[in-house]
Design a protein. Structure first.
Ligand SMILES: [Zn+2]
Length: 88
């Protein structure tokens, strides 16, 4: 099998079967019920999810969670995450 070589900085999206490059990291703090949207982190912590643009746009935090955007990278990628509705 010929896997294409990828640069070291490349990080694939955490979603199964998604081969897009991750652009940001979601840090899920289960204790605080908070999701922090960070610049792409080079780590592989179990609570960190590295998502591509498409999956970031589709991401919804669990009910009752807060979301915090602390990214310092700006540019063409504008990601607006709608908090989950409180009423079901
Ligand atoms: Zn993806």
């Amino acid at each position: 099998m010929d896997e294409p070589e990828v640069p070291e900085a490349f990080k694939a999206c955490s979603r199964n079967a998604c081969k897009s490059a991750a652009v940001a990291t979601l840090d899920c703090n289960y204790m605080a019920r908070r999701v922090t949207l960070e610049d792409l982190q080079p780590d592989s912590e179990p609570d960190h999810f590295h998502l591509c643009v498409d999956h970031l746009k589709r991401f919804r935090p669990p009910m009752g969670w807060q979301i915090e955007d602390v990214r310092t990278v700006s540019g063409p990628i504008e990601i607006v995450i709608q908090p989950a509705r409180a009423s079901a």
